[in-house]
Each structure stands twice: as structure tokens, then as C-alpha cells.
Design a protein around this ligand. Structure first.
Ligand code: FMN
Length: 297
């Protein structure tokens, strides 16, 4: 399953992902207005006519999101097959999506959050382990999966740093039903990422990913060359008090995510800017290769 990415995911990327055989996804907030979201969902539906693979939309279920009601209404109108909820989801939202037969997934970074999601009736839990792009977890996938799988028998999806076929096979070994892949698609031709961002994904590896909590209060992964290119000291971006850092110095209007680029530790596997279909074909080959290697042992 492809993970939704703020700014970067586009309707074209979702269509390419689904048409290549994996679940494509997009944050509702990538459309600038709810009216634009309505158009985007229509475009995705048209692009996926006859395709058996479902797509997903990510809704931020937090009171700070003043578009939530309107976007939820559109999600229901379009009967979006899969909804990925983030932040403060409620049983009411889950019921609304179940009302038309939709599936609800919710991402978590620890066992406590996973139990809360189970309580509100989600269909699937996305366990975001350490090394992920965007807001990252800090728990090893070995511990996170073992703790959740002990009591959760529903759909379990592993996220964080999955960028190769062997990582997908490893996710399966840990009890995951699906692997959730984000950062590699930042280098897809269909992604709404600047050419320099795409190239940075190709050029960088785990050593180039730093953690910052000063933008949202939660830990998120950013690309070191993009932090320094914006004149910021990487050491100042992680604050024990989760305090905000003013990054608008010198009259610039730079913003995290748009100008300071996020990616997870798995990007060393990304070797070129290419259509999503080509990366997915490589991923499938690499997975088959990993299976053969295991069978040969
Ligand atoms: C640039 C970027 C933007 C992201 N934006 C969102 C978002 O809007 N909503 C969301 O639920 N997750 C978001 N994520 C997190 C991903 O959905 C997913 O958890 C993560 O990419 C998985 O780790 P990986 O990048 O190592 O594959 C974002 C990740 C990245 C890299």
C-alpha cells in the first residue's frame, strides 16, 4: 500500500499506484479546497474505472482541521473505499465511513494508541515504526509489531522505512498483512515534488535523515541537505520542550514540508526518478528475489 503524503501525493500518482497493483492514497488536504477535493475524487474514480485495486484518502480528524466536516461529507458522497485517519479520530467518524461500507485504517506509533483505535472500531491499524518519513515513530518494528499482534487480530499494516522487496517480506514475517510505503514515491514523476526534491531522494540515504519536533511538536523526519539549504541548524530542530522554532527569519516565508523536505530512512533504495509503475515493478521483482533467497536457505 502506498502511504499518503502531504503536498506530494497527486490524483495521477494514486491512479498509477492502483493501476500498478498497490493501494494508492492521497491526503484530502492536498486539494486546496473541498470543491477541489470533489474534483480530485472524481478524477481518481474516472482514472480507476475497471481497476480492481481500491484507493485511500487520508483525513486529519483533529479540531484544528476546519475542513473535516466538508471533506468527510465528500468522502461519503464518493464512497471512498479506504479512509486513513490521523489524529484524534472518533467512533462517530468511523461509523460514518462504515455506513457506506468503507474501511477505516488509523496510524499509531505505540501500543497504547493502537488500543485506542481498536476501541473506536477501526478495521485496520497502521503501525508506524522508527525510520519513517513524515511524522515518525521511535519504536523498533520488532517490538511494535510483537506488542500489537499479541492482542490485535485484525488488519495490521507496517510502516516506516519500507523501500525494498526484502523489507516487505520482513514485514510479512513480523505479522503484517500489508506494507505501507511512502518516501520512495517522492521521486516518482507523478508526485508533486520539485525536481530538486526528487533528486535529493535519489542522492540521499539514512545518514541524511534528521528528526525535528519543532514544527508540529511531534517527531518528524527531514532531509539534512534541505534543512541546511534553508539556513537552519539541524541541532536546533529537536527541542526537549517540543517548543517551536521560528524559521521565518530574514523575511522569508519558508515552511516545513513545502520548503524543508521530509523523507524516511529507506530512501537509499531509490536509484532514479521514474514513473511510479517502474518503481513498483522493481519492488515486485525485489520481493520475488527475496523470497527465492529465503527458499534457497
Ligand atoms: C513528505 C511526507 C509527507 C507525509 N504526509 C502525510 C500526511 O499528510 N498524512 C499522513 O497520514 N501521513 C503522511 N506521511 C507519512 C506517510 O503516510 C507514511 O507513514 C510514511 O511515509 C512511511 O514511512 P516511509 O516514508 O519511510 O515509507 C508523510 C510522509 C512524507 C515522507
Amino acid at each position: 500500500m502506498a502511504a499518503p503524503m502531504f503536498i506530494a501525493s497527486t490524483p495521477d500518482l494514486v491512479i498509477a499506484q492502483c493501476r500498478s497493483g498497490i493501494i494508492g492514497s492521497i491526503p484530502a488536504l492536498n486539494a486546496r479546497t473541498s470543491a477541489e477535493l470533489d474534483n480530485d475524487l472524481t478524477r481518481i474514480e474516472q482514472g480507476l474505472e475497471g481497476c480492481q485495486i481500491p484507493y485511500a484518502v487520508n483525513l486529519v480528524a483533529h479540531k484544528s482541521n476546519d475542513r473535516l466536516d466538508a471533506d468527510l461529507e465528500l468522502t461519503i458522497k464518493h464512497r471512498v473505499p479506504i479512509v486513513v485517519l490521523a489524529l484524534a479520530a472518533s467512533a462517530k467518524i468511523v461509523d460514518a465511513i462504515h455506513g457506506y461500507g468503507g474501511i477505516v485504517l488509523n496510524d499509531v506509533i505505540n501500543d497504547r494508541q493502537a488500543r485506542k483505535c481498536a476501541d473506536i472500531g477501526v478495521d485496520g491499524i497502521i503501525a508506524v515504526a522508527t525510520g519513517a518519513g513524515g511524522h515518525t515513530g521511535n519504536v523498533s518494528p520488532f517490538a511494535l509489531m510483537a506488542e500489537i499482534r499479541e492482542w490485535w487480530h485484525g488488519l495490521l499494516i507496517l510502516s516506516g522505512c519500507i523501500a525494498t522487496g526484502s523489507a516487505i517480506l520482513a514485514a510479512e514475517a513480523l505479522g503484517a498483512d500489508l506494507a505501507y510505503v511512502g518516501s520512495p514515491f517522492l521521486a516518482s514523476t507523478e508526485a508533486n515534488t520539485q525536481p530538486a526534491f526528487k533528486q535529493m531522494i535519489v542522492d540521499c540515504a539514512a545518514k541524511d535523515v534528521v528528526i525535528a519536533n519543532c514544527f508540529t511538536g511531534a517527531n518528524a523526519s527531514f532531509l539534512l541537505p534541505s534543512v541546511t539549504a534553508n539556513g537552519l541548524d539541524p541541532a536546533s530542530l529537536w527541542r526537549p520542550d517540543r517548543g517551536a522554532v521560528d524559521i521565518s527569519g530574514g523575511g522569508s516565508d519558508r515552511k516545513a514540508w513545502r520548503d524543508i523536505w521530509s523523507a524516511g530512512q529507506g530512501i537509499g533504495a531509490v536509484k532514479r526518478v521514474e514513473p511510479a509503475a517502474d518503481f513498483i515493478a522493481w519492488l515486485a521483482d525485489d520481493y520475488a528475489r527475496a523470497r527465492r533467497a529465503i527458499a534457497a536457505v
